[in-house]
Each structure stands twice: as structure tokens, then as C-alpha cells.
Design a protein around this ligand. Structure first.
Ligand code: SF4
Length: 546
């Protein structure tokens, strides 16, 4: 069953009128004939609504800073905030020096009531001393949680004094949870901090290899970036830095020397991509290494950017070799998946990225959306000038960088760049709306009630979820695939990752576990009706029976 305007109206009618008016702007039924469809996004969730979003601190420390392996990331705040930033993302990391991989630690000042009353700066300074003594990290970050902002601890001064004392890079991030409408604000704060304090501090002036690239917005969940890097290295690329999965302070310092930046997750890292272009002249290319067709297209676009015949030839050879390896493995899974449907509601870009891979397995995406996207993630970057800044977005300062006097250089001639922009997505992301099929539902900040209603009506065979919403479909007898941390599996990126994903999704479909859960629509009538002309105590039907 599809959802039309009338059904959507009926779902929204359960909300109070004001809430309904707001939610209506966050939901679209895709209709190509209607031209570009506007959606509201990146606005505050209405109090009382069960959202799947996280806070700004989660976006800053949990998503962007956390995966940097040779740094210790101090959470300045009560232990509860720290707990939820620890290992929930399954960012994997290997370090050449095993003593410089701190990803398995959760370091927090564990603020108590007395710290809230008398201030936590001294405790933070003592913690930095301890961290340096115990771990000897290459650098330290300090992330503030809500109470720190409320009591006014000056974490920037603590960081500056500690930097002078210990002689290593120690920087503070004022990413209190309340700073924005979702974790997206924290991504922006982290992007600004990395750009200001780390990127460009290295000494390299020239790329160390012919095709030197950075991968931005790739967090190595379940080993994704290792699989992508395996293929890129085979083709002949040198990956200078990954931001930030399996990333390191040492690599990040020299990220300015790359000739091209790849952007995987547009939402969380597009700020750095744009700033690197302005400051060092490094173009960025939107890529997607989730799905076989998307991976092939990304590899071909990269080769086209460099325009080297040998590289183009090698790219095709590697693609052919990889396809020969995976296609026979995929066949049995495609038979299981064919004809199924899915919801694809994830945090940022994954809600879009996975639709292609699902399609390759024969699974249709009937509903998709993002937890914390902005309008450009749905409608494409051309809408950015039309997005009105509100109080929340003004809360996060835009970092205005200028071309670096010594290091800015055009990586390719301006004319060629303009030509390439017509062919490949350089400095551009088209957004989710462009690729969704007519009649499918696009929802921003999907909530608990809407999840249940859409599942009840559309009955997807699988639900691709975030962390908090995973168990709603389970309770309704629908398998769900958690696409923030992959449910302890992965990698899902690249060629081999596609096989892993197909295997896991197929297992979800055929597991007998679902036979023990009866979805509500299997034992409840789907149609509800009433008998007309009945009034209290008088019913024509009852009369007929007499
Ligand atoms: S919203 Fe504030 S208190 Fe809650 S987890 Fe985020 S930083 Fe901590």
C-alpha cells in the first residue's frame, strides 16, 4: 500500500494542530512532476516528540573527534555524557605504534556536585596532567558537555595553559549538548576546531605521491575505510588523511598537501571540504563508496579528475577484477532479497548512500530520511543561499578562512575545473530527493509515532535505522539493520563490503526468529468502520436480527 496525501493527513491528524503544521513541513511524498520539493530540516524537535537525534556534544566528540586514534579525547562533564560517547560508533583503528591508539579509552572528568558548585577548571587541568603522564598522547582534545557551559568553566584558557605547560597540541571544543538542534551543530564545531588548530600545522610542502588524496567524512565503522583504502591503494592513490576514521593527528596535520579531497559524508564534514578549497585550493569531490555502482562511479570520477590515461586504465582493471570476485558471491543473496522493501532512515548521508546498494540487491526503498540533515542534504547544495539562518545556526560561528599566502595553489587549471564540474560532482552534492522514486516518502527527523504509523501502513521487509529506533521495528516483527554501527558487523563499504551487507540483510530475512513475533496487522483488522444511523440504544442492525 502506498501513502497518498489523504493517508498522510490522517497520520498527522493525531498531533495537536500546531505540531501537525510543523511536522507536515518535514515530510514529502516524492513527486517529480511537482518540480523541486522543499522540505524543512535542521529545526528544533518539538518537546514531547520522541526523536532519534543526539546532541551537539555527541556530534563533536562522538562523531568527528572521537575516531582520531593518537589523541586522548577528554570529556569534561558528568560521566553520563561520556558513557554515551564511548564505543557506540564502532570506529575501528590500527596504529603503527600500539601505544598510540587510545580509542578503547573513555576519559572523563566525571564532574560531581561540588565541581558544578565551585567550578571544574582545576579538575580539568589535573586531568590533563594525568593524561599526559599516563598516556603520552600526540595531542589532546577537550569537549564540553552541557553543565560546563552552564557554570561557565573557561576550558579554552585551561587548554592554552596546558599547551604551554606540556608542549603538545591541546585544544578545547565548546560543544555543549544544547548548542544546536542536533548532533549536526557538533560536527560544525569540530570541523572549525580541526581546521583552526590542526590541519596545515604539518611541515610537508609537496604531496608525497602522484595521486595524493584525503578521504573526508569516512569514520571507519566496522572497517569501512580499510576496505575503501585497499581498493584505492591498488589503483595507485596515496591516502594522506582520513577524516576521521582510523585517522590520526599526525596525518591530519599534513592534510593540506592533498590534490583532491573526497567527501563521503557530506553533512558532517562539508565545512572542512569547503575551507580546504578556499585556503589551499584543494577541490572536493562527492563520492559514495556504499554500493557497487556508486563505488564504480566514484572511482571513475576520481580518475577523470586526475585525467591520467594510465590511472584511468588501472581503475578499469581494478573494477573488473573486483567485480569478478564479488558477483558470484552476491547471486544467492540477490535471490533472497529480490522484491523486498526497506525504510532507510539514518543519521546523515547514510540514509541516501544505502539506497543504491539496497536497489542492487533488488530491495526498494519506500521511505527514507535523515536525523540531523539540513535542507541541502535533501534538495542539493544549490539551496544553501536560500536557507535562512536562525538563532540556532547563528550559535555556531562560521569560520572564515582566506587563501594561504604560501600554500594556496590551483591543483588543476581553472578552465579544466569548470569543464570537469559539468561531468563530475566537484564541490557539489545533489541531495537525497533527486534519486528517490516517485511515491516514496521522505521524512526529516522521523519520530517514534510516525515510525510506527509508516511501518503499519507500508509494512517494509526491513528497517535501516539509527541507534535509538532500532528496536521499534523489532517489536513490530520487522528486522532492522543498524547503519550507525552495523550491529557488530561490516565493513559494508566498497566491493567486498557490499557482499557483507547482502549476507547480513539476507540473514535478517530468513532467520526463523521473526516467526515468533506477530506484527500487529496480522491479527488486527486493517479496516475500521462504523454503522450509520445508529444512535444510543437504537441500531437498525440489531433490529434486523430480532
Ligand atoms: S545533551 Fe548535554 S547532558 Fe545530555 S548527553 Fe549531550 S552534553 Fe550530556
Amino acid at each position: 500500500m502506498a501513502i497518498d496525501d489523504k493517508t498522510l493527513e490522517a497520520i498527522l491528524n493525531e498531533f495537536p494542530a500546531k505540531v501537525k503544521r510543523s511536522r507536515k513541513k518535514h515530510i514529502l511524498i516524492k513527486n517529480s512532476d511537482a518540480g523541486p520539493q522543499e522540505i524543512e530540516a535542521n529545526t528544533r524537535t518539538i518537546p514531547g516528540i520522541m526523536t532519534n537525534r543526539g546532541c551537539a556534544f555527541a556530534g563533536c566528540k562522538g562523531v568527528v573527534l572521537g575516531p582520531l586514534k593518537d589523541m586522548v579525547h577528554i570529556v569534561h562533564g558528568p560521566i553520563g555524557c561520556a558513557y554515551y560517547s564511548w564505543m557506540t560508533r564502532r570506529n575501528k583503528a590500527k596504529s603503527e605504534d600500539p601505544k598510540k591508539n587510545f580509542l578503547s579509552y573513555c576519559v572523563s572528568t566525571d564532574m560531581q556536585e561540588s565541581d558544578i558548585v565551585f567550578g571544574g577548571e582545576k579538575k580539568l587541568a589535573r586531568m590533563i596532567d594525568d593524561v599526559v603522564e599516563i598516556f603520552n598522547p600526540n595531542a589532546i582534545t577537550i569537549s564540553a558537555t552541557c553543565p560546563v557551559g552552564l557554570i561557565g568553566d573557561d576550558i579554552n584558557t585551561v587548554a592554552r595553559l596546558a599547551r604551554e605547560k606540556h608542549g603538545i597540541n591541546i585544544t578545547a571544543y565548546t560543544c555543549e549538548g544544547y548548542k544546536g538542534v542536533s548532533q549536526s551543530a557538533g560536527h560544525h564545531i569540530a570541523n572549525n576546531g580541526l581546521m583552526e588548530n590542526i590541519i596545515g600545522q604539518g611541515e610537508l610542502e609537496e604531496p608525497p605521491a602522484k595521486y595524493t588524496i584525503n578521504i573526508l567524512g569516512e569514520y571507519n565503522i566496522g572497517g569501512d575505510s580499510w576496505e575503501v583504502e585497499r581498493v584505492l591503494k591498488e589503483i595507485g592513490y596515496h591516502v594522506q588523511a582520513v577524516m576521521t576514521g582510523n585517522g590520526s593527528y599526525e596525518d591530519l596535520k599534513n592534510a593540506h598537501i592533498a590534490q583532491l579531497n573526497l567527501v563521503q559524508c557530506h553533512r558532517s564534514i562539508n565545512y572542512i571540504a569547503s575551507m580546504l578549497e578556499t585556503k589551499y585550493g584543494t577541490p572536493w569531490l562527492k563520492v559514495n563508496f556504499i554500493g557497487i555502482r556508486a563505488t564504480i562511479e566514484s572511482l571513475r570520477n576520481m580518475a577523470q579528475y586526475f585525467g591520467d590515461e594510465a590511472l584511468i586504465k588501472k581503475t578499469e582493471e581494478v573494477i573488473e577484477k573486483e567485480l569478478m570476485e564479488i558477483e558470484p558471491q552476491l547471486e544467492p543473496y540477490k535471490k533472497i532479497c529480490q522484491g523486498k522493501t526497506t525504510f532507510c532512515f539514518v543519521g546523515g548521508s547514510r540514509g541516501h548512500h544505502y539506497q543504491g546498494l539496497y536497489g542492487e540487491l533488488g530491495i526498494k526503498t519506500v521511505l527514507a530520511g535523515y536525523e540531523f540533515a539540513h535542507r541541502d542534504d535533501y534538495e542539493g547544495r544549490e539551496v544553501i543561499p536560500n536557507i535562512k539562518p536562525d538563532a540556532d545556526s547563528k550559535n555556531i560561528p562560521d569560520l572564515h578562512v582566506l587563501p594561504d599566502e604560501n600554500r594556496y595553489r590551483l591543483k588543476i587549471p581553472a578552465e579544466r575545473m569548470e569543464e570537469l564540474k559539468k561531468k563530475i560532482p566537484l564541490s557539489y552534492y545533489a541531495g537525497m530527493n533527486t534519486t528517490m522514486q516517485d511515491g516514496s516518502i521522505i521524512v526529516d527527523d522521523l519520530n517514534h509515532y510516525e515510525t510506527e504509523e509508516f511501518i503499519r501502513i507500508l509494512k517494509p521487509d526491513i528497517f535501516s535505522s539509527g541507534i535509538k529506533d532500532k528496536y521499534i521495528p523489532h517489536k513490530m516483527g520487522i528486522p532492522s539493520k543498524q547503519l550507525h554501527n552495523y550491529d557488530y558487523s561490516g565493513p559494508y563499504a566498497g566491493f567486498r563490503g557490499a557482499v557483507n551487507f547482502a549476507r547480513d540483510v539476507s540473514m535478517s530475512f530468513i532467520t526463523p526468529a521473526w516467526n515468533f513475533i506477530v506484527p500487529p496487522w496480522k491479527d488486527k483488522p486493517l479496516l475500521e468502520g462504523s454503522i450509520e444511523q445508529c444512535s444510543e440504544g437504537v441500531c437498525p442492525v440489531d433490529d434486523d436480527k430480532k
